[in-house]
Design a protein around this ligand. Structure first.
Ligand code: 13P
Length: 252
């Protein structure tokens, strides 16, 4: 049975002071309990502050994005090797806000995935369809395309450090979550695709997180689905009590 993970994506929120406090509150709430994996993704400038706050606790540190090169003349970009260097365990890649607001292509996302894996990080690869795509019943082909493209060139061995996150764009920050059944169906489908590409054994171990308006009151229904292995939490991760309630909903 796969361990559940609950990851907070703070997006472009918090200050140095509130990031420190929020991380401290999460660390305190989690205590020594590692039955549910917990990760926090603060904005880049606050990574060292949160690294300090989570040190010695089971709470893991992740970044929200990275670049696809080790080093070089790439003004403003952040290397996954730098993230590993300051204590990140993982990074998100391909978040829908980067796909749709910053124009990231499946090609750059794939290069980021491979660079982050080369740097030794775990990767949370995000995929998700827009409302228009779902209304046109195209979600399946869109998701399969993003999945295949994002993982192109990734070996079955490296896939052990990949986590998938299904985040339907229409459910992010809208208060409209996918139903547990809708999310389960997508996860099941993508897991079958993973089995085709990487083999059944690896696919069975691949964790699938759901993201999109996960709140304390819907977390239990979502996190108890057979193919939902956790949550990627935006808004509700900014309040320690709400985030910790979601972590609790993931308990076995
Ligand atoms: P919300 O939980 O605010 O809908 O955001 C989800 C998300 O994008 C997490 O990465």
């Amino acid at each position: 049975v796969r361990k559940k993970w609950v990851i907070g994506n703070w997006k472009m929120f918090t200050t140095a002071a509130t990031a420190k406090q929020l991380a401290a509150d999460v660390v305190k709430g989690v205590g020594g309990d590692d039955r549910v994996g917990v990760g926090l993704c603060p904005p880049f400038p606050y990574l060292p502050i949160v690294a300090e706050a989570v040190r010695g606790s089971p709470v893991e540190l992740g970044a929200q994005d990275c670049y696809c090169e080790k080093e070089g003349a790439f003004t403003g970009e952040v290397s996954p090797w730098m993230l590993a260097d300051i204590g990140c365990l993982f990074t998100l890649v391909g978040h829908s806000e980067r796909r749709h607001k910053l124009g990231e292509s499946d090609d750059i996302i794939n290069r980021k995935v491979r660079a982050a894996l080369d740097a030794g990080l775990y990767v949370v690869l995000c995929v998700g369809e827009t409302l228009t795509q779902r209304e046109a019943k195209r979600q399946e082909s869109v998701l399969l395309f993003q999945f295949d493209a994002g993982l192109s060139g990734v070996t079955a061995e490296a896939l052990k450090r990949v986590v998938l996150a299904y985040e339907p764009v229409w459910a992010i920050g809208t208060g409209k979550n996918a139903t547990a059944e809708q999310a389960q169906e997508v996860h099941h489908h993508l897991r079958r695709r993973a089995a085709v590409l990487f083999g059944a054994e690896v696919a069975e171990k691949l964790p699938f997180l759901y993201g999109g308006s996960v709140k304390p009151d819907n977390a239990h229904a979502l996190l108890t689905q057979p193919d939902i292995d956790g949550g990627l939490i935006g808004g509700a991760s900014l309040k320690a009590a709400d985030f910790l309630a979601i972590v609790k909903a993931g308990l076995p």
